[in-house]
Design a protein around this ligand. Structure first.
Ligand code: ADP
Ligand code: MG
Length: 755
C-alpha cells in the first residue's frame, strides 16, 4: 500500500531495474545470496530497497521483520540515496533513515536504513549475527573498499549461520557492470557460487572522442572543451571529471566567469607548479613526464577536431556550473539533482564521486581528464602519496557511460587512444592491497577472528601489510606476543578510530588532559583543517582576455595593483592567524590543531570563524561532531554512573592547557605514534651536520623505522618550518610523504617534538 508521488511513478517506469523486479525478487526468494549487476543509473540503489520493503522485509507482521540495510562506501551517497528513497516511498517515506559516522537520522520507525560500510561493520562487532536485520544490500561492491570487502567476507559466513538458526538473512551484493568474478568465482568466499542477476539497462550509444595528444594541462583543456560544447552543440548537460577540490574550484570559477560574459574567454592559464613548491606533495596539476605521451603534432587541430558536427540549437545561453566533491557541504552536493534554471545548461565539475555512486540527470556530454587522485601507500616503506594517476579502463568506460543515460551522447577524452591502450590498467586494484590495515586487524581480532589468514577475503591483503598491522598492534599493546587480543586491545576496539588514536584516548586520563586528548584525537581522525596559502591565492594567471584578440597580442599580463595589494594583505593576515594558532607551542602541529578546535568552539562554531581563520568549515564541523561522540564514548566507559555530566565536562570549551598538560599531551601523542619517531641526523652522526644558515626544512632526520631513503626532512607545511631556532632533536610524525617531482625529498608530516 505504498503510494508514491505521481511524478515519481512516471520516472520509475523508465528505470530498467523496475522491469526486473520479478526476476530480482525471485532470485532473492530462492537464494540467500544474490549478486546484482547493472549499468550505473539503472535504479539498483533506489529501487531494490523498495522492492524488498514492498515484499514485506522490515514489516512487523511478516516473517522478515528485521530492517533492510543498504551500505555505501561513500557518506555522500548514503545520505543522498536515503533522502531520495524516502521521497520515492511517498506515504512510507518516514520508514527510511540513514547513519554515517557523523550523523544519524534513524528512529523506531526506520525500516530501510542506509549507512556507510564502516558503520555496519561497527554494528557487527557488537551484534555479529545482525539480528536487527532481515536483508543486507552491499552496494557499490565494485569499488572494492576495504570495508566492503570485509563485510562481504563476514556476511558470507553470517548468512550461513542465520540459515542454520532458521532466521535467514538475505545478502544482496550490488555492483556496476564491472568485474564481479572476485566474488562469484572465489570458492573460499562462496563454495556454491551465488546467482548473478543483470539489469539490462538501455544504454544509448556514446561517441568516443580521444584527444590526439595528451597534455599535462588537462584542467584548462577541460574548461575549453566545455565552453566549446556549450557554444556548438545541442542541449544536454555536461559532466567534467577532474581529480580534486583545487582543480574543481578553479574550473568552476573560470566557467562561471565565462558564463557571465561569454565574449570573454578564459586565457590559457598555466597552473604552474611554481606557486606550489612549498607544498610539493599536493601539486596535482602535473604528471611526471613518463606518464604522458607527447607527440610533435602541435598544429592547431580546432578546425578538424571531431565530435563537433552537430548543430547548436540556441536554447540555452548560460551555463549552470556546479562543483561536486566529497568535502563540499551536503546541501551543495545535492544541488546537482535540482532542476536547472530556465535557459541554462547544467555543467557539473566532479571528482570520481560521479563515476558510479551518484547519477546526475540529463548528462549528454562527458569530458574526462582520465585521471583520479588516489592515496597510495608504499607497503614496504610506509610512504604515503596522494597521487594523480590514470584511472583504469573500466573507470574510464564508466565515466563515458554517464553520457548515454537519456539519449545518445559524447565523451571527450583528454588523452590519446594510445595512452588509453598502453597506460590504463584493466581494473583498479582493491583498496585492501594498497592501505595499512591495523584498524581492520584489531576489529577482526575483537570479533573473535583469530586466524586472519584464513578469513575469506574477496582478495587477501598482501602478507607484508598484515604482518605490519600485527606488529604495530603489538607495539601499541593491543596484541600480545602470541597475537592474542589484550584487555587494552579489547578496549581500543570499542572506539571507531584508528588504533593509534584509540590508544591515546585510553591513556589520556592524566593531569586533567582528557578533554584535550579528545579534541586532538578528533582533529587527527578527521583530517587537516588548515587551508594552505597556495589554495587561497589565485594561480599566477594572465587575466581573462578578449577572445577576438589575435594570438600575438596575448602577452603575459601582470596582476593589477589592487590585486597585488589584496594578495599582500591576505598573506599578512594568513601569517598572523598561523602565528596565533601556534602561539601555545611553536613546535607542535598537534597543539596548533588543538588551538584551532578550541578557538572555533569559543566562537560558537560559526563558518565565519573558519573563513576568517582559513579553516576548512566542513572538517571543523566534523571534528566538533566527533568530539561529542568521543566524549560520550569515553564517559560511558569510564563513568557509567554519570554519563551525561561527564560527556559535558569532556566536550566543554577548552581553556588553554598548562605547561604540565602540554607536556603530557605530547607524551600521549607519542605513545600513539611510538614507532614513528625521527632523530635529527647530526645528533647521532657528525657527518650529517649542516650549516647554521640551512633552512629548517633542509635538516636531515633519520627515522627509527627505515624509510625509503637515508634521510627524511620536515614538511614545509609543518609549524616547525617557522621555528627560528634549531629544529628539535627528536620528533614524532604521522606519515612520510613524497612529492612527484624528480628530486622530491621524503617529508615528515610532523606531530610534535618529543621531550
Ligand atoms: P544505480 O544504483 O543503478 O546506479 P540509482 O538507483 O542510483 O541507479 O539511480 C536511478 C535514477 O534515479 C537515476 O536516473 C538518478 O538520476 C535518479 N536519482 C537518484 N537520486 C536522485 C535525486 N536525489 N533526485 C533526483 N533523481 C535522482
Ligand atoms: Mg547505485
Amino acid at each position: 500500500n505504498v503510494e508514491r508521488p505521481e511524478e515519481i511513478d512516471q520516472l520509475r517506469l523508465n528505470l530498467p531495474a523496475l522491469a526486473c523486479e520479478q526476476q530480482i525478487m525471485d532470485a532473492i526468494h530462492h537464494h540467500d545470496c544474490v549478486v546484482l549487476t547493472g549499468e550505473t543509473g539503472s535504479g539498483k540503489t533506489t529501487q531494490v530497497p523498495q522492492f524488498l520493503y514492498e515484499a514485506g522485509y522490515g514489516s512487523n507482521d511478516s516473517e522478515t521483520p528485521g530492517m533492510i540495510a543498504i551500505t555505501q562506501p561513500r557518506r555522500v551517497a548514503a545520505v543522498s540515496m536515503a533522502e531520495r528513497v524516502s521521497v520515492e516511498l511517498g506515504n512510507h517515506g518516514h520508514r527510511v533513515g540513514y547513519q554515517i559516522r557523523f550523523d544519524s537520522q534513524t528512529g523506531p520507525d526506520t525500516k530501510v536504513k542506509f549507512m556507510t560500510d564502516g558503520v555496519l561493520l561497527r554494528e557487527m562487532s557488537s551484534d555479529l549475527m545482525l539480528t536487527k536485520y532481515s536483508a543486507v544490500i552491499v552496494d557499490e561492491a565494485h569499488e572494492r573498499s576495504v570495508n566492503t570487502d570485509i563485510l562481504i567476507g563476514l556476511l558470507s559466513r553470517i548468512v550461513k549461520l542465520r540459515r542454520e538458526e532458521g532466521k535467514p538473512l538475505k545478502l544482496i551484493i550490488m555492483s556496476a557492470t564491472l568485474r564481479v568474478s572476485d566474488f562469484t568465482e572465489n570458492t573460499t568466499l562462496f563454495p556454491t557460487p551465488p546467482p548473478i542477476v543483470s539489469v539490462e539497462a538501455r544504454q544509448f550509444p556514446v561517441a568516443m572522442h580521444f584527444s590526439r595528444r595528451t597534455t599535462h594541462d588537462y584542467v584548462n583543456e577541460a574548461i575549453s572543451k566545455a565552453i566549446k560544447i556549450h557554444e556548438k552543440l545541442p542541449k544536454g548537460g555536461i559532466l567534467i571529471f577532474l581529480t580534486g577540490q583545487n582543480e574543481i574550484s578553479f574550473a568552476v570559477n573560470q566557467l562561471r566567469k565565462y558564463s557571465k560574459e561569454p565574449t570573454l574567454k578564459p586565457a590559457q592559464v598555466r597552473l604552474s607548479a611554481k606557486e606550489t613548491v612549498m607544498e610539493e606533495e599536493t601539486v596535482d596539476f602535473d604528471l611526471p613526464e613518463d606518464e604522458t605521451d607527447y607527440d610533435d603534432d602541435n598544429s592547431d587541430e580546432e578546425s578538424e577536431e571531431e565530435g563537433f558536427e552537430e548543430e547548436y540549437d540556441g536554447e540555452e545561453t548560460k551555463l549552470h556550473v556546479l562543483p561536486l566533491y566529497s568535502l563540499l557541504p551536503t546541501q551543495e552536493q545535492m544541488k546537482v539533482f535540482e532542476k536547472v534554471p530556465k535557459g541554462t545548461r547544467l555543467c557539473v565539475v566532479a571528482t570520481n564521486v560521479a563515476e558510479t555512486s551518484l547519477t546526475i540527470p540529463n548528462v549528454r556530454y562527458v569530458v574526462d581528464s582520465g585521471r583520479a587522485k588516489q592515496r597510495v601507500c608504499d607497503q614496504e616503506t610506509g610512504v604515503q602519496k596522494f597521487k594523480v594517476g590514470w584511472v583504469s579502463k573500466a573507470s574510464a568506460d564508466q565515466r563515458a557511460g554517464r553520457a548515454g543515460r537519456t539519449g545518445p551522447g559524447h565523451c571527450y577524452r583528454l588523452y590519446s587512444s594510445a595512452v588509453y591502450e598502453r597506460d590504463f590498467s584493466q581494473f583498479s586494484a582493491p583498496e585492501i592491497s594498497r592501505m595499512p590495515i591495523e584498524g581492520l586487524v584489531l576489529q577482526m581480532k575483537a570479533m573473535g577472528i583469530h586466524h586472519i589468514v584464513n578469513f575469506p577475503f574477496p582478495s587477501p591483503p598482501p602478507r607484508e601489510s598484515l604482518a605490519k598491522g600485527i606488529e604495530l598492534l603489538q607495539y601499541l599493546g593491543a596484541l600480545d606476543k602470541e597475537m592474542q587480543l589484550t584487555d587494552l586491545g579489547k578496549q581500543m576496539s570499542l572506539f571507531p578510530l584508528n588504533p593509534r588514536h584509540a590508544k591515546m584516548l585510553l591513556i589520556g586520563n592524566q593531569h586533567g588532559c582528557m578533554g584535550y586528548v579528545i579534541a586532538v584525537v578528533a582533529a587527527l581522525s578527521v583530517g587537516d583543517p588548515f587551508i594552505p596559502l597556495y589554495e587561497l591565492l589565485p594561480p599566477p594567471v594572465k587575466p581573462v582576455v578578449k577572445s577576438d584578440d589575435s594570438e600575438d597580442e596575448e602577452e603575459e599580463e601582470e596582476f593589477t595593483v589592487e590585486e597585488k595589494e589584496r594578495q599582500d594583505k591576505l598573506r599578512q593576515r594568513f601569517n598572523q592567524v598561523n602565528g596565533m594558532f601556534s602561539g601555545l607551542d611553536k613546535k607542535s602541529d598537534v597543539i596548533k590543531a588543538l588551538a584551532a578546535v578550541a578557538g572555533y568552539d569559543f566562537a560558537n562554531s560559526t563558518s565565519e570563524y573558519c573563513k576568517e581563520n582559513f579553516l576548512r568549515s566542513k572538517i571543523m564541523t566534523e571534528i566538533t561532531k566527533l568530539r561529542q561522540q568521543l566524549a560520550y564514548l569515553v564517559a560511558s566507559t569510564t563513568r557509567p554512573d554519570a554519563i551525561e555530566s561527564t560527556t559535558q565536562a569532556l566536550s566543554k570549551q577548552l581553556q588553554p592547557p598548562t605547561k604540565v598538560q602540554l607536556a603530557a599531551l605530547k607524551q600521549i601523542v607519542t605513545a600513539g605514534y611510538i614507532d614513528l619517531i625521527a632523530v635529527r641526523a647530526d645528533s647521532i652522526d657528525d657527518s650529517a651536520s649542516v650549516g647554521k644558515k640551512t633552512s629548517i626544512i633542509n635538516h636531515p632526520y633519520i627515522t627509527l623505522m627505515p624509510g625509503p631513503e637515508k634521510y627524511a626532512y620536515i614538511h614545509p607545511g609543518s609549524v616547525l618550518s617557522h621555528l627560528g631556532s634549531q629544529p628539535p632533536e627528536f620528533l614524532v610524525y604521522h606519515a612520510l610523504t613524497m612529492g612527484d617531482a624528480e628530486n622530491a625529498k621524503v617529508r615528515l608530516r610532523t606531530l610534535a617534538d618529543t621531550t
